[in-house]
Design a protein around this ligand. Structure first.
Ligand code: NAD
Length: 499
């Protein structure tokens, strides 16, 4: 059996007596075991980071950026191989794995410009002989704890910005698809990153608790489900750490009566069922405005769903592949049963789907519910599978209220030809990331990513300028060089002003 190790001080590192199975979601078989470790291993990663970080922070940002350029070239050169590794453990189709890697690389590209971003602020002559300059310094050692569903992109969101800004970064990836994060360690080393600046520690709650407790880890970036996000945010903050913790989602697509329904259906098919719905920016809820819109949309959705091709993650014709584990498949199917029990109309049932020749694989067919109501638990909670729920709204205000009042506030989209409706919606909806005729409004790398309400704890987003803010501390220097030296200004007993 293949064993997946940790990655410490630039090399594979075996530690931990427990292991966790890594499945091949296409076959349902265990394909590897990942070692799980705790505080002892973390200490080794932190020691390596502590030894390397001061020199890395003192390395000029242009040289740090060169490592990012090299890293990007190396990942691009290995794109196909890495996409296969990712798909083999996650189950998403190869084209989607390439997208996962590419979105991570776009953050690395942003980090190639880090010298420009770190230039700081300067006010000449803020007072008599007084200049003020503000600049950002690394926080020291940071940790990232990541989910299974983007094993390339999310580690790169965090590691790219943390490392480019002069920190050491320790990654605790999901134990369900740990091989790709491990390979990132090899690639960073090959790119010339000093050993100790990037480490990978595998584990479960025990490792996460060790990260929270470690006094030398100054910041934790988390992406995963909301209960865990809330826990890590509360525990980390209680220990004085800086914490950003992104959680779950239940994103709505509001469809106005004037929308181009054919385009909406094409967008929904991809956003609801792509990656088997295992995306925090998926669109699992559609809110048609008015009964006529709802009926027309449903009629157009049915043939689109019937055309979806479910296949193995290496099938180039497949629209989506299996979900990540048998346990996750069972959870999705239990939510489908819950919807039935709650009285929603099950229009297309994806349970019991099997792929010929891959009967043990974790496949779930596309599922469509209609007449879902806000009171239903299957609506209020995240399903994270290929399940689309239609919630009918009488008018614009009712449609606006649904995502606004939902416990999650990650993403939302409105489909309309009416600029005023789109503008009103974007301004008033109580959600962090909004798409206007864009189904998956994930901000590009030089903007920042983050939802509202139970989709994000802590208010600094991932990547872009907020990422830089998260991984650095601002220092502001006020200097005075009056004519004739600094010693002739006398004492000031009142708060100094520049007036
Ligand atoms: P998860 O919360 O189960 O796991 C995320 C990480 O937390 C993993 O590294 C895991 O090992 C660790 N973990 C799990 N249980 C823990 C516990 N009890 N205590 C401490 N650590 C624990 O999430 P997942 O199933 O890997 O990923 C899917 C979830 O992530 C979905 O809810 C999805 O919406 C969310 N997600 C959110 C975003 C976002 O940006 N908001 C992006 C991607 C995924």
């Amino acid at each position: 059996m293949r064993i997946i190790d940790h990655h410490i001080a630039g090399q594979a590192f075996a530690a931990g007596t427990r292991t966790s199975p890594v499945f091949d979601p296409n076959s349902g078989q265990v394909q590897a075991e990942v070692r799980l470790a705790g505080a002892d291993l973390l200490e080794q990663a932190v020691a390596a980071a502590r030894a390397a970080q001061p020199a890395w922070a003192a390395t000029n940002p242009q040289r740090r950026a060169r490592v990012m350029f090299r890293f990007k070239e190396l990942v691009e050169a290995r794109m196909d191989e890495l996409a296969h590794v990712l798909s083999a453990e996650h189950g998403k189709v190869l084209a989607d794995s390439r997208g996962d890697i590419q979105r991570g690389l776009e953050v690395i590209e942003f980090c190639c410009g880090i010298p420009h971003v770190l230039k700081g602020e300067y006010s000449h002559g803020a007072g008599p002989g007084i200049d003020i300059w503000a600049f950002r310094q690394p926080i020291g050692i940071g940790a990232g704890i990541t989910p299974f569903n983007f094993p390339a992109m999310i580690p790169m969101w965090m590691a790219g910005v943390a490392i480019a800004t002069g920190n050491a970064f320790i990654l605790k990836p999901s134990e369900r698809d740990p091989t790709l994060p491990h390979l990132l360690g090899d690639i960073f080393r090959e790119a010339g990153l000093p050993t100790g600046i990037f480490g990978v520690v595998n584990g479960d709650k025990e490792m996460v608790d060790a990260i929270i407790a470690h006094p030398d880890i100054a910041a934790i970036s988390f992406v995963g489900s909301s209960d865990v996000a809330e826990y890590i945010h509360a525990q980390g903050c209680a220990r004085g750490k800086r914490v950003q913790a992104m959680g779950g989602a239940k994103n709505h697509a509001v469809v106005m009566p004037d929308a181009d329904l054919d385009q909406v259906v094409r967008d929904l098919a991809g956003a609801a069922f792509g990656s088997a719905g295992e995306r925090c920016m998926a669109l699992p809820v559609v809110v048609p405005v008015g009964e006529a819109t709802a009926d027309a949309l449903r009629a157009k959705l049915l043939p689109a769903i019937a055309r979806l091709r479910i296949g193995t993650s290496t099938d180039p014709q497949a629209d989506y592949g299996p979900v990540v584990t048998a346990a996750h498949k069972a959870k999705i199917e239990s939510y489908i049963q819950m919807g039935v029990d709650e009285g929603a109309e099950l229009v297309v049932d994806g349970r019991g789907f099997t792929l010929q020749g891959h009967e043990g694989g974790f496949f779930v067919g596309p599922t469509l519910f209609d007449h879902v109501t806000p009171a239903m638990q299957s609506y209020r909670e995240e399903i994270f599978g290929p399940v689309l729920q239609i919630v009918r709204a009488a008018d614009f205000e009712a449609a606006l209220a649904l995502p606004s009042q939902h416990q999650y506030g990650n993403g939302v989209a409105i489909f309309t030809r009416n600029g005023h409706a789109a503008r009103e919606f974007a301004a008033r909806v109580n959600v962090g990331m909004v798409g206007v005729n864009v189904p998956i409004p994930v901000p590009v790398a030089y903007h920042s990513f983050g939802g509202w309400k139970r989709s994000a704890f802590g208010d600094i987003g991932q990547h872009g300028m907020e990422g830089v803010q998260f991984w650095t501390k601002r220092k502001t220097v006020t200097g005075r060089w009056p004519d004739g030296g600094v010693g002739d200004a006398g004492s000031a007993f009142v708060i100094p002003t520049m007036g």
